[in-house]
Each structure stands twice: as C-alpha cells, then as structure tokens.
Design a protein around this ligand. Structure first.
Ligand code: 5GP
Length: 116
C-alpha cells in the first residue's frame, strides 16, 4: 500500500484548502508555492503515487484531469494566451509529492520548456 501524502488530507478537507474543483474522480487547488501567476494542481482522488503506477483502469481519471485543466484555464482567463501542463515523475523528474498530480501553470510567458 502506498503511503498517503498531504494531498489525501486536502482531498478530504482535513487540511482546509480552498478547492477550485472537485468531483468523484479529481480535485484541483492552488499550489502553495506558485511558480507562475496561475499555478494549480489537479490530482486524482485515488492515491496513485507516480505515473509509473498508472494502469488502464485509471484512463478515465487521467482524461478528466485534462478536461478539468482546460476548464480551469478558461476560468483563469489564460486559455487564449496559453499555459503548460506538467507531470513530474520520480527523482529525475523532480517529483516531491508522491501523489500523482498535474501542474497547470500560466498567466505569463513561460519560456523554454526545460531549464536543465
Ligand atoms: P512536484 O514537485 O511533486 O511535481 O510538485 C509538488 C507541488 O506540490 C509543489 O509545487 C508544491 O509547492 C506543492 N505542494 C506541496 N505541499 C503542498 C500543500 O500542502 N498545499 C498545496 N496547495 N500545495 C502543496
């Protein structure tokens, strides 16, 4: 069994964090340390530690993460100018929280994709 992270507590609102979106599959809220003027995290309600742990049964959830990202980008008013969706995996990917999540970042030019 994977160990829960702080994100499970946010999903259950045991740690009160304003939610931008929640349904039976996914939850979205603002990143506590924003890297751009819009920085939202979209996460599955189910604990999936990394992209490596995804399986076919999760395909609906992963698709929902994208459609929620699109909806929130429009609500934030960043859809026309554009934005970036990022999913980090494990150490080399820079993953810090081992509960799968998608970063929605935008609201300003984001520069080149990788800054190695
Ligand atoms: P990762 O590096 O794992 O892809 O990204 C984890 C993200 O979660 C980071 O951007 C970090 O700022 C954010 N984060 C970590 N703890 C919390 C928290 O308690 N609340 C919120 N809203 N974001 C968090």
């Amino acid at each position: 069994m994977a160990e829960e992270t702080i994100f499970s507590k946010i999903i259950r609102q045991e740690i009160p964090t304003p939610l931008l979106y929640q349904d039976e599959l996914v939850t979205a809220f603002r990143d506590i340390t924003p890297q751009a003027s819009t920085h939202i995290l979209i996460i599955p309600n189910k604990l999936i530690p990394t992209i490596n742990d995804v399986n076919e049964a999760d395909e609906l959830t992963l698709g929902r993460m994208i459609t929620v990202a699109k909806k929130l980008a429009k609500e934030e008013g960043i859809d026309e100018n554009g934005y970036r969706l990022i999913m980090n995996c494990n150490e080399h990917g820079g993953q810090e929280v081992y509960h799968l999540h998608m970063h929605l970042v935008g609201g300003q030019p984001l520069g080149k994709m990788l800054n190695i």
